[in-house]
Design a protein around this ligand. Structure first.
Ligand code: FES
Length: 430
């Protein structure tokens, strides 16, 4: 770093006295922008995964304006670019088919436009890895903005968590223990607000991974979607993007193997979603880092599960946030982390989590009283999975840790759905 301001990437589009640059400038004029709006200013692309059919991102219409406000505050020029929206709830057969599409779109949209830095607005499961994968490959400075979890849901005297309680009460309904009225009540209240699933499912896991990688603002991963802190996070994220554009802190200039190992440790101590493993391997791959199941197996043996969060534990993301969130949790594992890993926040991970305090030891457990001492997520190999598979031991009934029995093979998801509850399942082996 020579301390001299570097030329902005976007200047290639606008500064020259040639016909192409003339065209670029004149078309911006045609949209009502003047030189004072954009010329010589960092251009921040805000990649927005909002859609009317993405239930988790329904607040992004408001948040994008707040991010723009932050960009303008710092003298940048915000441009909103819609990208494909992957909402888990309404896409069939699975959003996983489209993760790489969003990754490619993110990469190419950033590469082909006059962009100096990006804000990636994601949250629902696959949007997080997809956008980060694309931005790493484009190697353009970026800050990830997580959608934030939904508020906790209540039904009668029960706290409901998305995903886990839907399955639980569906099983009760299948067993004839839940009347139509109760089932309808649960439907009415289980998704209480905008935001992502409020258990430690894939969305929350990936948001915490993004924060641990150092590509969000501090504490961004756990702020509930609909509280005022989340709006302020949006404005601050816009400001941060301008700063990144100016410093030109591209992801490949700072992401190392240590960053991904830290993220893996976060995933393990959270007892995060096992889906995150495939995403982590893919994100690391974009940075030229080879992460394997063996890395998971090795590191998992040393990491206790300290977060008492559903589906492995008892609490929800709102509780976790109020108990100190990710910084508080990671601060309890300082000796396990690579504290020198640099973040986009002008400091190392160690410095970033230094002030993280835990306010409730029931939700974020102490090292002496973990939810699970070590190996909460295990890699298994055998004739059913010669290349390896993963089990979350902490979330499974100990009865299942050793099991001898017949394997039932289903031809498809439809076949499984049709036969899984059949009393004669064992006799219809094919
Ligand atoms: Fe979007 Fe769960 S459905 S995070």
């Amino acid at each position: 770093m020579d301390g001299q301001p570097k030329e902005l990437r976007s200047s290639r589009w606008f500064v020259k006295d040639d016909l192409r640059s003339f065209g670029h400038r004149s078309r911006l004029k045609g949209m009502g922008f003047d030189d004072a709006d954009y010329l010589g200013k960092p251009i921040v692309a805000i990649l927005n995964t909002w859609s009317d059919l993405n239930t988790c991102h329904s607040h992004f219409k408001t948040r994008v304006d707040e991010i723009k406000r932050g960009v303008l505050q710092m003298g940048g020029f915000p441009v909103e670019i819609p990208v494909v929206s992957l909402g888990e709830m309404l896409m069939k057969p699975t959003t996983m088919l489209y993760r790489n599409l969003l990754a490619m779109e993110t990469e190419e949209v950033l590469r082909c436009h006059p962009v100096d830095a990006a804000v990636l607005m994601g949250g629902c499961d696959k949007t997080v890895p997809a956008m980060i994968m694309g931005a790493i490959s484009a190697n353009i400075p970026f800050v990830f903005f997580p959608a934030g979890p939904m508020l906790k849901a209540r039904w009668k005297d029960q706290t409901l968590g998305s995903g886990t309680d839907a399955w639980k009460y569906w099983a009760e309904r299948c067993a004839g223990n839940l009347c139509d009225g109760d089932w309808k009540d649960i439907e009415n209240c289980i998704a209480r607000s905008a935001g992502t699933c409020m258990t430690m499912g894939t969305a929350s896991t990936m948001a915490c991974i993004a924060e641990t990688l150092g590509v969000t603002l501090p504490n961004a991963s756990c702020i509930p979607a609909v509280v005022s802190e989340h709006s302020r996070l949006a404005v601050a994220t816009g400001r941060k993007a301008v700063q990144l554009a100016t410093s030109q802190m591209a992801p490949l200039s700072f992401l190392t193997r240590e960053h991904f190992e830290n993220a893996l440790i976060a995933q393990l101590t959270l007892s995060g979603s096992t889906n995150a493993i495939v995403h982590m391997i893919a994100m690391a791959g974009r940075a030229g880092i080879r992460l394997t199941l063996d890395d998971y197996d090795r590191i998992s043996r040393e990491i206790p599960v300290l977060a008492d969060l559903r589906p492995s534990g008892r609490f929800l993301m709102e509780d976790f946030y109020n108990a100190g969130g990710l910084s508080g949790l990671l601060n309890r594992l300082r000796d396990k982390l690579h504290l020198g890993a640099l973040t986009i926040n002008d400091r190392t991970l160690g410095e970033q989590i230094e002030s993280g305090a835990v306010l409730d030891d029931n939700i974020i457990r102490t090292r002496e009283n973990p939810l699970w001492p070590e190996g909460g997520t295990c890699v298994l190999r055998g004739n059913l999975a010669p290349n390896g598979c993963v089990i979350k031991t902490v979330a499974s009934d100990p009865r299942l840790h050793k099991h001898k029995g017949r394997a039932v093979v289903f031809r498809s998801y439809g076949d499984l759905k049709a036969r899984i509850n059949s009393p004669d399942l064992e006799t219809v082996l094919i």
